[in-house]
Design a protein around this ligand. Structure first.
Ligand code: ADP
Length: 354
């Protein structure tokens, strides 16, 4: 049932080891009610393990999981609630719909398990289908629906019991890219309208940025950063986060006589940290062709791809093999030298690698 507790999910000191392999450690996070949290990370980073700990499909080695104020896992205190006692909604990769049941019966399934009276069940199913915009399709079979509609059925089934938290396990990962791009927008709008409290696992940064109120970037079994999408792209907490989100080029930088330059060149970078060497992120979104900005670079065009939104150029900074990318309104030929402008304020500095 929907809860009055201000936090939909709270994790403290969560640790998970398979034998002596520690895959998650020191996980602390709070998800306010009504927000969508994306768990974003590369394959093997530990996202699925974290989702399964919340669902109750795995037990943590240490730490606590609270859902809407109720402790559902705390191994040190002997608290272990199985998945069916956690009252969560779940949306899986393949939607997991019963092919022989109508849309309405699929959505009613969790309520039948709870043995709700038939009239109340029917009313709730009608309401859930209306909320996902499928009010007219209750009598169809899943095979008579588009992929997007099937996904809405899966979401209706996940929310029909008014759960305090809905878990999404890479729901778009089985789709090809073109289809996925269209569905991300629809799903983002739907999730926002439904005002769900949700945890959404994905390895796709575009999906996480589009859908989530907050994103936890999972890296090597820990939370590398927990922030809103806008904060994350503006202020990545580490070079690893910037790299994973493909925010731009990480340049090796060196300071000599108070002047920061790209290492191995005399290309000036403006003011930097109090150190002798660093890594600096040159964000792709801060780069523009031309000489209008406060600072400039010269770069050689390596290749170009035509996109529906412009010309995607791959370049290297002149005199180096450091790659930069740029979406340009104008085409360019390989070998051409371009002037690129950026603002030194847009640079983000990190400690030197290693
Ligand atoms: P992700 O979902 O981010 O791809 P996972 O949570 O599936 O990552 O896996 C995190 C790490 O835990 C990986 O190194 C994986 O090999 C390991 N792992 C996952 N499941 C098991 C298991 N049942 N036994 C042993 N190691 C596992």
């Amino acid at each position: 049932m929907i809860s009055a507790h201000p936090l939909a999910l709270s994790l403290r000191g969560l640790r998970m080891a398979y034998g002596d392999q520690v895959v998650l450690d020191g996980i602390d996070l709070d998800l306010p009610k009504g927000q969508v949290l994306a768990l974003l990370g590369a394959s093997g980073s530990g996202k699925t393990t974290l989702l399964r700990l919340v669902a109750g499909l795995l037990m943590p080695t240490a730490g606590t999981v609270e859902i809407a104020g109720q402790t559902v896992a705390a191994p040190e205190r002997g608290v272990v609630l199985p998945p069916e006692k956690r009252g969560l909604g779940m949306v899986f990769q393949d939607y997991a719909l019963w092919p022989h049941l109508s849309v309405a019966r699929n959505v009613a399934f969790p309520l039948e398990m709870q043995r709700l009276p038939a009239a109340e069940r029917a009313a709730r199913v009608t309401q859930a289908l209306a909320r996902v915009g499928l009010g007219d399709l209750a009598d169809r079979r899943p095979s008579e629906l588009s992929g997007g509609q099937q996904q809405r059925v899966a979401i209706a089934r996940a929310i029909v019991g008014a759960p305090p938290l809905v878990l999404f396990d890479e729901p778009l990962s089985n789709l090809d890219r073109e289809l996925r791009e269209g569905m991300v927008e629809d799903l983002a709008a739907l999730v926002a309208n439904l005002e769900l409290s949700a945890v959404y696992v994905t390895h796709d940064h575009a999906e996480a940025l589009a859908l989530a109120d907050r994103i936890a970037v999972i890296h090597r079994g820990g939370i590398a950063q927990l922030a809103s999408p806008a904060e994350l792209i503006d202020r990545p907490a580490s070079a690893a986060v910037a790299e994973f989100l493909r925010l731009g080029t990480l340049l090796p930088a060196r300071c000599s006589d108070g002047e920061w330059v790209i290492k191995g060149t005399d290309i000036a970078l403006g003011p930097g940290p109090d150190a002798a060497a660093a890594q600096v992120l040159l964000p792709e979104r801060s780069l523009a062709p031309g000489t209008h900005g406060p600072a400039q670079l010269r770069a050689e065009v390596r290749s170009m791809q035509v996109r529906n939104t412009g010309f995607a150029l791959s370049l290297t900074i002149a005199g180096t093999d450091l790659p930069v990318r740029l979406l340009s309104a104008h085409p360019a030929r390989p070998g051409e030298m371009l002037a690129l402008s950026y603002s030194p304020d847009a640079l983000r500095w990190f400690p030197q690698a290693g």
